[in-house]
Design a protein around this ligand. Structure first.
Ligand SMILES: *[C@@H]1O[C@H](CO)[C@@H](O)[C@H](O)[C@H]1NC(C)=O
Ligand SMILES: *[C@@H]1O[C@H](CO)[C@@H](O)[C@H](O)[C@H]1NC(C)=O
Ligand SMILES: *[C@@H]1O[C@H](CO)[C@@H](O)[C@H](O)[C@H]1NC(C)=O
Ligand SMILES: *[C@@H]1O[C@H](CO)[C@@H](O)[C@H](O)[C@H]1NC(C)=O
Ligand SMILES: *[C@@H]1O[C@H](CO)[C@@H](O)[C@H](O)[C@H]1NC(C)=O
Ligand SMILES: *[C@@H]1O[C@H](CO)[C@@H](O)[C@H](O)[C@H]1NC(C)=O
Ligand SMILES: *[C@@H]1O[C@H](CO)[C@@H](O)[C@H](O)[C@H]1NC(C)=O
Length: 297
């Protein structure tokens, strides 16, 4: 209910006193919850001059799972939700808190808190997605940079994997990708193992590329990013670069089956900056001396 509606409603109630008032202040709680956790949903409300107030919770719109008459009894779970839910014992008659004891995937869905009286009725609904994060994520390079594979294991519900690449220097030319495919398998326990494979045309890769793999389960907090750097020593690179990247020329890939983000050492970049600043300082000094000498002549 928006602000003006609320004020109008209260004002109306104030002048006419004949109508009772029910307002749901807030329905709160995590809308994404991890499998096995004890998530809590809280429905806070107000009522005034209203009789027969009753609180009901519904799962997916029409399955009633809780019933409670605040002035009379304690909340009761209904049906198989008796073994799933418990309630806060705080004796607050303007708040209904339901707690899931041990979340399972089949509890994902819409939860509605409905507060009704003899004259009014208000309800609020929120989603809750139960998910399982990956037991392992990995991003590996195989066969002399011919393919890169990003994988994640034992997730639920279905994750999404994207891989994006960009050159570390120069223009944003297209990356020579020959083929790209996903491999999704379902484990014995009904979790997802997922991987994305990218086949590269290594011979056309003429500059260093950073690939970022993003694995996420839509609508949940699960979101992981991994990087892989494929370092290419091109004929175009300057001598300064050659020194630094010497140990990672393409011939080395044959012996190293996997290169992951750990090989992306920030100190390399640091050295690189110093190496390129030295000649500039040298140039500056030389020109200063030349200028000085020039002025003396
Ligand atoms: C959930 O609550 C149960 C008891 O109701 C407790 O045994 C369990 O450790 C709790 N789990 C978490 C993840 O807090
Ligand atoms: C709620 O009320 C019961 C009985 O009236 C009492 O035993 C209990 O301590 C109260 N709980 C709280 C949190 O006030
Ligand atoms: C995966 O996510 C990307 C980026 O958000 C989106 O474009 C793509 O459609 C999604 N794929 C699937 C199968 O949901
Ligand atoms: C897909 O993954 C399964 C198991 O992880 C593997 O056995 C299979 O070879 C993969 N398929 C492709 C086309 O890579
Ligand atoms: C899924 O990945 C797990 C490794 O975490 C492995 O034990 C299991 O065999 C895989 N299942 C399938 C169907 O690929
Ligand atoms: C690298 O290759 C792309 C095409 O694959 C080309 O457009 C670009 O000019 C090349 N860059 C260098 C530095 O050779
Ligand atoms: C991964 O690469 C991207 C793009 O180059 C960069 O913005 C990000 O900081 C890198 N992340 C890590 C963990 O290295």
């Amino acid at each position: 209910m928006c602000k003006w509606e609320l004020s109008a409603f209260l004002l109306f109630g104030l002048f006419f006193h004949v109508f009772g008032t029910i307002i749901i202040k807030e329905l709160s709680g995590a809308d994404k919850a991890q499998y096995g956790s004890n998530n809590t949903l809280k429905c806070e409300f107000l009522f005034k001059d209203e009789t027969g107030v009753e609180v009901k919770w519904f799962y997916n719109d029409n399955m009633q799972i809780v019933s409670w008459i605040p002035t009379k009894n304690k909340p009761q779970a209904i049906g198989h939700f008796k073994s799933i839910l418990d309630f806060a014992d705080d004796n607050d008659t303007m708040k209904s808190t339901i707690r899931f004891k041990d979340l399972t995937f089949d509890l994902s869905g819409r939860y509605t808190c409905k507060v009704s009286g003899n004259e009014n009725e208000q309800s609020e609904t929120q989603n809750m997605v139960v998910y399982q994060p990956a037991s392992l994520v990995e991003f590996v390079e195989e066969g002399d940079a011919e393919s890169i594979t990003c994988s994640a294991y034992d997730l639920f519900p279905m994750p999404n994997i994207t891989i994006t690449g960009s050159y570390t220097t120069g223009r944003d030319d297209p990356i020579p990708i020959i083929q790209e495919f996903d491999n999704i398998t379902i484990t014995d326990d009904n979790y997802y193992n997922i991987s994305k494979v990218i086949l590269l045309d290594k011979s056309s890769l003429n500059r260093t590329v950073v690939f970022t793999c993003n694995i996420f389960i839509p609508e949940t907090a699960f979101n992981e990013k991994l990087n892989i750097t494929i370092e290419i020593q091109s004929h175009e690179t300057t001598t300064e670069y050659t020194d630094i990247y010497e140990s990672t020329t393409s011939t080395e890939y044959i012996d190293s089956p996997t290169i992951n983000s750990a090989t992306l050492s920030p100190s390399k970049k640091g050295n690189f900056a110093t190496a390129s600043t030295i000649p500039s300082i040298f140039l500056l000094l030389t020109s200063a001396i030349l200028l000085y000498l020039n002025s003396r002549l």
